[in-house]
Design a protein around this ligand. Structure first.
Ligand code: HEC
Length: 116
């Protein structure tokens, strides 16, 4: 019985460490880098606050789910979602840029934020 425990414990530790690493990886978006890029580029149309867009038909990004924003950007880049304006914005973005931008806009408070 004791020898079985000694065998299982290291496996549990390895599994836990792997899970912790995964959880950390999922959190490791650089919101500051996203903010810098957003304010330099995206704010011109989507507003500095992600809410006050230059045209009422332009979508608000503040408080939107990060996953939604990331998928939208990837789809503009791949062409799966077609929009001439955003296609030209997304072509120059790396996956990391998109993740950082998505994390930044998701972190902003806006009409779409979860009311916690
Ligand atoms: C020249 C104006 C302009 C700029 C600059 C711009 N966008 Fe957009 N963005 C738009 C328009 C217009 C749409 C709506 C396109 C559509 O209907 O799919 C849009 C849509 C989006 C969407 C989809 C939102 C939704 O609710 O589905 C995301 C995400 C987005 N933009 C992110 C960004 C990011 C990040 C940047 C900066 C790298 C950026 N945009 C720069 C005009 C702009």
């Amino acid at each position: 019985m004791r020898s079985k425990m000694m065998f299982e414990t290291p496996l549990r530790i390895i599994a836990l460490a792997a899970f912790a690493g995964f959880a950390l990886g999922a959190q490791a978006k650089d919101i500051a880098a996203g903010k810098a890029k957003a304010e330099a580029v995206c704010a011109a149309c989507h507003g500095k606050d992600g809410v006050t867009t230059i045209d009422p038909s332009y979508p608000r990004l503040a408080g939107q789910h990060a996953d939604y924003l990331l998928v939208a950007l990837m789809e503009y880049k791949s062409g799966a979602r077609k929009n001439a304006i955003m296609a030209s914005q997304a072509t120059g973005l790396s996956k990391a840029d998109m993740e950082n931008l998505a994390a930044y806009y998701a972190s902003l408070k806006g009409p779409m934020s979860n009311k916690r």
